[in-house]
Design a protein around this ligand. Structure first.
Ligand SMILES: N[C@@H](CCC(=O)N[C@@H](CS)C(=O)NCC(=O)O)C(=O)O
Length: 369
């Protein structure tokens, strides 16, 4: 039977890992096709618009880019056994952890791929080379990969990964591994026996880079075997199975992770929103560029500079609008949770300029809530 969907991506791609695990869980009739140089040229660029993976193509010729849009598109088409909890706190936590994973844990993921390159050079370059040119010999693939990965290697300082921040990036990551290890020693997934959108977010950085590249893989297997086992469960799920915990329970083991997210990521996101607003006020009706320069950030005990990634606002709007939709008892419970993890002020910050994504472009535009 011909596949209903094709996912164009790669084994070593962070965001492909997120979409792949989701599609496996949903038990869809799909196939994965490597995004070779040829696929970028003949399919991704002409049909999706920008040179980014993964890209989903449907049998009737529709394409979707961006894992969050891919998942939401597929959720709408296959609503059974949703990955979005329908209870207020679990939905909030799942969306917060998706945001954290997608936009912040890319920092340790990229650090452990590129800062220790001397210890895993052949593996990394041959992965990039194999993706671009599957027909080339293994030796050629290493050389091709060295060339094609240049842009990703070059983005490391932009992400805030420098000699000054590396010790703190590692410290915060090791703490996260310990916290997740303790969580997954008790629970199959973040919120029970069914993976949520938060799990699919986390599998992005925690698979292709942190559980697959040789150096961080060994670290995870040694230090956090329960996290490694969760990675395997995410990649080999029993489709459409499991339940979220009853009574909208949030496991206490997730609170320290949310605390770190609120401490490190939310100030960065609020500053992105501020920069997006300034830009829109100066360029009404314009397309907000993907990057708006650099701004200060903190992670753990270190401070540095990283790129102002306008897109982070779009991801933050998801948990923010869910929180804002709550009222009465539900809002009070969400407030208690957010207060305990240090996120209450951020979630009560007014977003004056709402942003939207337009298919086929990286820039954002002003939209209406
Ligand atoms: N927010 C996007 C991010 C996708 C993304 O950054 N993909 C990487 C590969 S894992 C890529 O193609 N990057 C090229 C670029 O950023 O220009 C998503 O969720 O799909």
């Amino acid at each position: 039977m011909a596949a209903d969907y094709i996912l164009y991506g790669a084994d070593h791609s962070l965001y492909t890992g997120k979409a792949r695990a989701y599609m496996r869980f949903k038990g869809l009739n799909w196939e994965e096709v490597t995004a070779t140089r040829e696929v970028y040229k003949s399919i991704i660029l002409p049909r999706a618009g920008v040179a980014i993976v993964p890209v989903l193509a449907t049998a009737d010729g529709h394409v979707v880019q961006d894992t969050t849009d891919i998942i939401d598109f597929l959720e709408a088409a296959h609503p059974a056994v949703s990955v979005y909890p329908d209870t207020p706190l679990q939905k909030l936590v799942a969306l917060m952890l998706e945001l954290y994973a997608d936009e912040w844990l890319v920092i340790p993921a990229m650090h452990y791929r590129w800062s220790v390159l001397d210890q895993q050079r052949d593996f990394i370059f041959s992965e990039f080379g194999r993706m671009s040119a599957p027909e080339a010999s293994p030796q050629e693939q290493v050389l091709i990969g060295e060339r094609t990965s240049k842009m990703f290697r070059g983005s490391v300082p932009m992400l805030g990964i420098t000699a000054q921040t590396m010790p703190a990036i590692e410290e915060v990551y090791l703490e996260l591994l310990d916290q997740l290890d303790s969580h997954f020693s008790q629970y199959e997934f973040l919120l029970g026996s069914r993976p949520s959108i938060g799990d699919f977010g986390l599998i992005g950085p925690l698979y292709a880079h942190l559980a697959r590249d040789p150096v961080p893989k060994a670290l995870m297997q040694e230090r956090a075997p329960n996290v490694y086992a969760w990675v395997e469960r995410m990649n080999n799920p029993v489709p459409l199975s499991g339940y979220f915990l009853t009574d909208d329970e949030i496991p206490a083991t997730l609170l320290p992770i949310l605390k770190t997210m609120c401490r490190d990521q939310l100030p960065d996101v609020l500053d992105v929103i501020r920069h997006n607003a300034i830009w829109l006020e100066q360029n009404p009706g314009g397309d907000i560029p993907r990057y708006l320069g650099m701004h200060p950030f903190r992670t753990g005990s270190a401070s540095g500079e990283r790129v102002i990634h306008s897109y982070a606002q779009w991801m933050f709007q998801r948990p923010w609008s869910h929180y804002q939709s709550l009222s009465g008892q539900q809002r009070a419970k969400a407030d208690t949770l957010l207060k305990a993890v240090g996120g209450l002020d951020a979630f009560n910050t007014e977003i004056v300029h709402w942003v939207e994504r337009k298919p086929g472009q990286l820039e954002l535009v002003e939209g209406s809530r």
